[in-house]
Design a protein around this ligand. Structure first.
Ligand code: MN
Ligand code: MN
Length: 469
């Protein structure tokens, strides 16, 4: 071996060292990451909407001895509870040896994703085609939602007061039809192709094709529309008016799949933010009896500003923690002031195809571990949480001590755009909060990509956070 130069020796001491997960991890660790992601892929396939994510999470939690929280009961260290918030967001807690006395450890992720929601009066026919009007939800590039197979998920509150769950078009329901938004053929798209990507497909163009045969041979009004309603009525007992009181989401019907010859990546709809929700839940399931009480919150409505009673800009998390604090005779404000939170949401993975959108030194990369974001936001950090040096340092040391691979970065080039997370709502309650998450390629597209090692590192990171005294 050649002797190291003085610069090499200094470099080892003074510089940041980054290593690809496949170089840094043992074969056993890589196999563990791959195995962990098999569970994650199943979670993705059964959790395409926030409601389904809550249902799937409760099933996982109950199988691990979690029970519905009951504030009239007393709980012991190691007891596991959950609080189902209107079926669209959920809190899990594992009671710690110290309870809430020294604050709680929170991991917060969200389970809503960009999609096409139906308008209240969606069904119409035009030139003998039956179509549904949609209103997109969250930040979407509209052109990405044409010409791909979609499935219909949701709930309908019917006139008789009953509520019916709707799910049509998934691969695990053989024989089901799928749906799609049509696009213009290139042969006739000369005008469309001169428009910007933002204008090429308009919001009112995102109409879902749902039928093309009339209900009867005789001429008459609404025959194509009626054929769709007849099918919905036969399957769900519903009528057109029931769609006024419904939450129907059209989402890509593809299942999660390995990507790449080496199967190192996962392609799926909805990684943002199930890729942080699943590791958070699994960390709570696997953390044993923690010192301080552990709380996982999976929130709804993050993609549209954390609004409503299932979003984190409401009191539901604080109220749940207050219920836990009451068990210990603690004031919730004292608990929150002493609490720490990992706001677990995805970050943008550096994409060499769009290199100019990033600043390479301050970007997160797939296969380089948990992406830590000290701040998010846009312009001069507007709308961000901006974690303190002290708390950032604490998380850094925690990850290093526990051999959790991590990196730090910004969303992308300054003033190119921006984005926020739930971090500011939780820090607003008094806790120390920092954003951590999995780097995603094609974020918010109908098909997003993550690296398996990063998913696993986030799990290890959150578990270490929960298990820390
Ligand atoms: Mn997100
Ligand atoms: Mn998002």
């Amino acid at each position: 071996m050649a002797e190291k130069t003085p610069a090499e020796v200094l470099g080892e001491q003074l510089l940041i060292h980054k290593e690809h997960a496949a170089v840094r991890c043992t074969d056993e660790q890589l196999a563990a990451a791959d195995a962990f992601c098999e569970g994650y892929k199943s979670y993705l396939d059964t959790s395409k909407t926030e409601r389904e994510a809550v249902t799937t999470t409760i099933a996982l939690a109950e199988a691990a001895d979690f029970t519905a929280f009951d504030k009239s009961k007393t709980y012991q260290p190691g007891d596991k509870v959950y609080f189902n918030n209107h079926g669209k967001s959920i809190c899990l807690a594992v009671i710690g040896r110290q309870g809430t006395k020294n604050g709680v450890k929170i991991a917060a992720a969200h389970i809503d994703s960009p999609r096409l929601d139906l308008k209240p009066i969606p069904l119409y026919e035009a030139n003998e085609l039956a179509l549904l009007k949609t209103h997109y939800y969250g930040g979407v590039k509209k052109y990405q939602w044409t010409a791909l197979p979609l499935a219909m998920h949701g709930v309908v509150s019917k006139a008789d007061g009953t509520c019916v769950e709707v799910k049509i078009g998934e691969d695990d329901q053989p024989g089901d039809p799928k749906f799609c938004v049509t696009d213009l053929l290139p042969h006739l798209a000369q005008e469309q192709m001169t428009k910007t990507l933002a204008a090429g497909i308009a919001g009112e163009d995102l109409n879902i094709l749902v039928g093309s045969r009339p209900v009867c041979r005789e001429k008459g009004e609404n025959r194509f529309k009626l054929n769709v309603l007849k099918a919905l009525n036969e399957k769900y007992g519903m009528v057109e008016g029931d769609l006024m009181s419904a939450e129907i989401e059209f989402v890509p019907s593809a299942k999660a799949a390995d990507i790449g010859f080496d199967r190192s990546l996962i392609g799926s709809y909805g990684h943002d933010d199930r890729v942080c929700a699943y590791p958070s839940v699994m960390a709570a399931l696997d953390c044993g009896t923690p010192e301080s009480t552990v709380v996982v919150v999976l929130a709804d409505k993050e993609e549209i500003g954390s609004v409503g009673n299932t979003g984190l800009n409401s009191n539901f998390l604080c109220d749940f923690i207050e219920d836990l604090a009451d068990l210990d005779g603690m004031a919730v404000r004292d608990v929150m002031r002493r609490s720490e939170c990992l706001s677990a949401d995805v970050c943008a993975a550096y994409d060499p195809t769009y290199a100019s959108a990033y600043e390479a030194n301050n970007s997160c990369y797939v296969n380089y571990g948990v992406g830590v974001m000290k701040y998010t936001g846009s312009r001069g950090k507007g709308g961000s949480n901006d974690a303190s040096a002290e708390y950032t340092g604490k998380v850094r040391r925690l990850f290093d001590k526990n051999n959790v691979q991590w990196q730090i970065g910004e969303l992308g080039r300054i003033d190119l755009g921006g984005g926020g997370t739930v971090a500011l709502y939780i820090s607003g309650l008094g806790a120390d909060v920092i954003d951590v998450g999995v780097p995603v390629l094609s974020m918010h597209a109908p098909y997003e990509v993550v690296a398996k090692t990063d998913v696993y590192m986030l799990y290890l990171g959150i578990k270490a956070f929960f298990e820390e005294a």
